[in-house]
Design a protein around this ligand. Structure first.
Ligand code: SF4
Length: 298
């Protein structure tokens, strides 16, 4: 087991990940350099993990989704991971706060064509977990996310952070309109503007209703540049609104000092900025079997 640098140095905003479904579908131009497809291809090529078998193919010198959607067998322990994982010793949200468990980091749960039965048990187990954990879900398919969570009971609302992703103003406006009813209903809704491909201006209603804003640039050969001034404009909007702001990464190089913002929602969630700013800690990485990664800072 090795020791990694501080996860915050690498822009991690989650304490652990767990995956139960594989395969995805391109949502828009922001997916052109999807991080998950090459990762799935790399893991599959190296270890032949069943979850990723057939989900990607090597085409035009890169790993590309085939459209095949997979899931783990029903008896796989990953479904029950939220019931047995006690969280990390030093959660990113702060001492005594919940640990953030990113539910299915390797594919969008709400991709069209994926039955909710494929991941429902993971989310139910997160909601009823006896541990101090909170589920983080990111999606570019907000309509399906809204449809799923609209049917869930009110007590689920403090067990999940629901984040919609968009890379430009057009998609951001569309997806925020879809997500807004969840935010108005009291769900903890955030937005991830990554990869940031244009300047994105948050609307006045979103500055009131959102609980978290994340942004970052693409990082790969041939990346599309995120201009620092776009991130600064977003930072200024968030600062003025008291909204937690997290810059994951620039397209290349280190974050400029004035963009070193690694803020989290306060807990219990309210409109105040989190008391969990950028911290220097070392992270030990533990493997919890197939496709579960836990970052435990000590
Ligand atoms: S939605 Fe996310 S996981 Fe799916 S193709 Fe796009 S970037 Fe990749």
């Amino acid at each position: 087991m090795g020791v990694r640098p501080d996860p915050l140095d690498h822009g991690r905003y989650w304490d652990a990940t767990v995956n139960v479904v594989g395969g995805c579908v391109i949502a828009d131009r922001s997916c052109s350099f999807c991080y998950a497809a090459p990762y799935a291809g790399g893991i599959h090529a190296a270890t032949d993990i069943e979850l990723y078998r057939g989900t990607v193919e090597w085409r035009n010198r890169r790993w590309t989704w085939t459209g095949l959607l997979t899931k783990l067998p029903p008896d796989h322990p990953n479904y029950a991971f939220p019931l047995r994982w006690p969280g990390v010793k030093n959660p990113l949200l702060g001492p005594g706060k919940p640990s953030i468990l990113w539910l299915n980091s390797m594919a969008d749960l709400f991709v069209p064509g994926r039955p909710t039965e494929d991941f429902d048990r993971l989310l139910v187990n997160t909601a009823i977990s006896p541990h101090n954990i909170i589920g983080l879900i990111l999606t570019k398919y907000p309509a399906q996310m809204v449809e799923y969570f609209s049917t869930k009971p009110a007590w689920w609302r403090k067990r999940f952070i629901l984040v919609f992703s968009a890379a430009d103003q057009l998609w951001w406006n569309r997806r925020w309109q879809i997500m807004r009813p969840l935010a108005e209903a009291g769900w903890i809704v955030g937005t991830s503007i990554q990869p940031m491909l244009t300047k994105v201006v948050l609307t006045p209603d979103s500055l009131t209703l959102l609980r978290w804003v994340i942004c970052g640039g693409e990082q790969h050969p041939g990346h599309r540049e995120m201009k620092a001034d776009w991130a600064r404009a977003l930072r200024d909007q968030c600062k003025a609104a008291g909204l937690p702001f997290f810059v994951k990464q620039m397209t290349s190089g280190w974050l400029p000092p004035d963009l070193l913002f690694r803020e989290f929602p306060s807990w219990p969630p309210d409109r105040q900025r989190a008391a969990s700013p950028y911290r220097h800690r070392r992270a030990a990485v533990h493997q919890y079997g197939c496709d579960v990664i836990v970052e435990d800072r000590s």
